[in-house]
Design a protein around this ligand. Structure first.
Ligand SMILES: [Zn+2]
Ligand SMILES: [Zn+2]
Length: 270
């Protein structure tokens, strides 16, 4: 199993464990590489974000924890930078993520609840779920340029509630067309994609982001992947990694990547 995890949250944003608890749990799991990726501050000050005045403390505290584990585990100060978020200086890496769509001056979150997603589609997309998913992927396409991210977080987050509240067909050409155009466009630029198990450990879906269908296409496009848990609690660290690794291999990948001080490093999938 890959002994690394770079997408993690804490009590400074919407996580349930402290920074110290997350690092200690990562160490106890035997991780060699571990990174913090709190939600960036956003202009609308959503409660799942690290408050703007707490960003300097987040940077300082995660650096101090890195010192504390020096020689035992590489600890990185990352950030999950929302499309509309602000990027501070001094980060080791950035995960670029789209969590919401701005339409007519209203921000519609894609990941808050099935009801909120339905309202967004009714109010902003004329009831057409595929216009909604297209608009989401159009923002994802712009993430590298907008955020300078090192990899794309949860590529198909827009499908978060589609298992419990099915509204569109994730295997249909209508849905896949834009998703695959964007994926190919990004993969050919050399952008790395996260395989994210967070929705499984939190009970929203039974499969990681991206789905196996998308992952197979990513392999065909020559894309690169990095496996992450999107842990919001110590118990979620590396959650479902063995199952996700099987899926990654089933999609045709023979290696994944971890993040190091020198950037990405390929890791063979045993
Ligand atoms: Zn996210
Ligand atoms: Zn996250």
């Amino acid at each position: 199993m890959i002994l690394a995890d770079f997408h993690t949250h804490s009590t400074l944003d919407d996580g349930k464990s402290t920074l110290e608890e997350m690092a200690a749990a990562a160490r106890a799991l035997g991780l060699t590489h571990f990174g913090f990726s709190g939600h960036s501050w956003c202009p609308w000050e959503a409660d799942y974000c690290i408050a703007q005045e707490k960003i300097p403390g987040y940077l300082a505290e995660t650096r101090a924890i890195a010192q504390q584990y020096a020689g035992q585990m590489e600890v990185f100060t990352g950030l999950e930078l929302d499309f509309y978020g602000e990027r501070p200086e001094g980060l080791d890496y950035v995960i670029g993520s789209v969590h919401g769509l701005l339409s007519g001056g209203v921000l519609y979150a894609v990941d808050s609840s099935p009801e909120a997603s339905r309202r967004a589609v009714e109010e902003a997309f004329g009831g057409d779920w595929y216009r909604y998913t297209d608009a989401y992927f159009d923002l994802v396409a712009q993430l590298p340029e907008k955020t300078g991210c090192d990899w794309i977080g949860h590529f198909d987050l827009v499908s978060k509630f589609n298992q419990q509240d099915p509204q569109f067909d994730e295997e249909s050409p209508r849905y896949l067309k834009r998703a695959l155009e964007v994926m190919e466009h990004l993969a050919k630029q050399g952008v790395c994609f996260e395989v994210n198990t967070g929705a499984i450990t939190r009970g929203y879906r039974t499969v990681p982001y991206p789905t196996l269908t998308l992952l197979r296409s990513l392999r065909e496009f020559g894309g690169e992947i990095i496996l992450n848990s999107d842990a919001h609690h110590v118990s979620h660290l590396c959650g479902q990694f063995p199952e996700a690794e099987e899926m990654i291999k089933a999609a045709g990948f023979t290696h994944g990547n971890i993040w190091t001080r020198a950037g990405f490093q390929a890791v063979d999938l045993a």
